[in-house]
Ligand binder design. Structure first.
Ligand code: PGA
Length: 249
């Protein structure tokens, strides 16, 4: 059975007191599904949130990391630093990192290696832009992103990798991929994995959908056979909405 996962990406939102309010609101919610729940606060609040959820079934994860263990990389955070405060999972390759911070597939391959070398789990994000979809190039773009960042790995590495398909045109726009578009792409991703690593790997990797998942569309998206959960941005900042999505399974 593949893991079902709902991860909230808080992005660069919430200062310390606002984060405490969100923690308190989330703690008051009741989970009725069996999905794994994760939240990714900003770096300055990571330890606070980690401590707050220590005895809860909410994993606290990082939004990004650098590939080096330490050194002269002003403003960066390493896997070793994350691990030392208890963080076991990191989001890599988010489209905002790719678009605004020039993260390339080649750089992401180095980050992937660093995370795995530190025994971290990765939520690896990728997805096409609107122009790619309009020109019917979306599968080729996604295939290339996955191959360049991940296909140097051996099959065993995929135990620690979760994939997140996030069409750029659906992130923060209120426009979601239709459940059918998500399913078609997730099936294509699984086929791409199967061609390289075989069916066992392909069928064991969780593939999340991200891009304007909300309480009113989560159930239908999650009902698709190759959609194993969601990476949630805007709706993860509201405890009611987030848990409605968690409980949509
Ligand atoms: P959104 O963000 O839910 O606000 O569209 C998704 C994401 O960036 O992971």
């Amino acid at each position: 059975m593949r893991k079902q996962i709902v991860a909230g990406n808080w992005k660069m939102n919430n200062d310390l007191p606002e984060t405490q309010l969100l923690i308190d609101a989330l703690k008051a919610k009741k989970q009725t599904s069996t999905a794994e729940v994760m939240v990714a606060p900003t770096f300055t609040n990571l330890y606070q949130v980690f401590e707050a959820f220590k005895t809860y079934a909410v994993e606290v994860i990082a939004q990004n990391m650098h590939f080096a263990e330490n050194g002269a990389y002003t403003g960066e955070i390493s896997a070793k630093m994350l691990k030392s405060i208890g963080i076991e999972t990191v989001i890599l390759g988010h489209s905002e990192r790719r678009a605004y911070f020039n993260e390339t597939d080649e750089l992401l391959a180095k980050k992937v290696d660093a995370a795995l070398a530190n025994d971290m789990r990765i939520i690896f994000c990728f997805g096409e832009e609107l122009a790619d979809r309009k020109s019917n190039n979306h599968e080729a773009v996604v295939e290339s992103q996955i191959k360049k960042a991940l296909f140097h790995l051996d099959a065993a590495a995929f135990k620690n990798i979760v994939l997140a398909y996030e069409p750029v045109w659906a992130i923060g726009t209120g426009e979601t991929a239709s459940p059918e578009q998500a399913q078609d792409m997730h099936a294509f991703i699984r086929k791409t994995l199967a061609n390289q690593y075989g069916d066992d790997v392909a069928n064991s990797v969780s593939i999340l959908y991200g891009g304007s998942v909300k309480p009113n569309n989560a159930k239908e998206i999650f009902s698709k056979p190759d959609v194993d959960g969601g990476l949630i941005g805007g709706a993860a900042l509201n405890a009611d909405d987030f848990f409605d999505i968690v409980n949509a399974f």
